[in-house]
Design a protein around this ligand. Sequence first.
Ligand code: NAD
Ligand code: DAU
Length: 332
Amino acid sequence: MSRLLVTGGAGFIGSNFVHHVIAHTDHTVTVLDKLTYAGNEASLAGLPEDRVRLVVGDIADAAVVDPLVAEADAVVHYAAESHNDNSLHDPRPFLDTNIIGTYTLLEAARRYDVRFHHISTDEVYGDLELDDPARFTESTPYNPSSPYSSTKAGSDLLVRAWVRSFGVRATISNCSNNYGPYQHVEKFIPRQITNVLRGIRPKLYGTGENVRDWIHADDHSSAVLTILDKGEIGETYLIGADGEKDNKSVVELILQITGNPTDAYDLVTDRPGHDLRYAIDSTKLRTELGWKPTYGDFESGLAATIDWYRENEAWWAPTKDGVEAFYASKGQ
Ligand code: NAD
Ligand code: DAU
């Protein structure tokens, strides 16, 4: 049994990880989360109080971070400003949380010699051409495009430096696009699902041809537990589930599953600097650590996600109007 400190555990992927840990291990979890607009205590509802504790605080605040890291067996670091569109509007919080926050946690991990796992993104590698058969691997050069992805790239490099210079026992994972329950309605899939549930037409940026490589958040969680358990210190592992889809196909699938005409969407203003395509080659994680995804069928995972948003309107409704007003102000 281990004591995990999970930063950002009230966000989308962090809360999915906490649910996964409680269901599949006997670890206890302390969540450290600032509860920004993206964090929601309700995402942790129903978890056993004797195994899950929420501390509300900032990962960039050493006075909060230090005692929590000191008492942990491992830190799993999810907390971040995570949305590309927000980073184009106001980059500063991305620097504060993704760079200074990660630095603050690394210093604490170094001080108390605590195992550290850093959650990162495939976006650090930039993008691929639509017709390029290549996929990202652990040796693809870093080439981030947005303020969000550049701060995540910076945080990855800090982790590597703290391993090499100070001997911090850290690993890194870079995952592709996640979907599943508890994702904020600002993101692509929940925005389109909740639009359809509200009778609003889905909004596709540009031509809708951009490709993302989808993985269910629960598969991301099992991969992270595998790396915590068997990963080699100092190594990076790419996490992906061979789920490449263009955005238009995803919207058409949401419309089809919900019984709507598949062309009932709008093309809207494109995202500046919009990355064309992401694709992950997760051979290293699969062959060296023996991980494999369990959600093989994107369509059924998406249908279950649609059901979750239909059944949990109280979770997302308070944020929906504000998100749509923000997008409308940008023609999106
Ligand atoms: P999210 O925005 O849903 O959640 C982020 C959480 O971090 C929120 O609960 C928020 O309150 C918290 N947080 C933000 N700033 C904080 C601070 N200064 N101190 C403490 N807590 C703070 O994000 P997500 O989509 O769940 O992403 C989680 C992690 O996974 C991020 O590091 C992201 O880069 C990475 N990631 C995301 C995806 C994806 O598809 N969403 C894919 C790969 C990697
Ligand atoms: O690849 C991993 C990354 O995936 C994570 O690091 C990020 O934290 C996460 O937000 C996600 O980034 P994206 O920018 O790919 O996700 P987003 O949900 O914002 O958009 C997915 C695609 O859908 C992208 O091509 C933009 C497009 N899009 C998005 C929205 C919100 C639309 O076409 N319409 C929309 O309304």
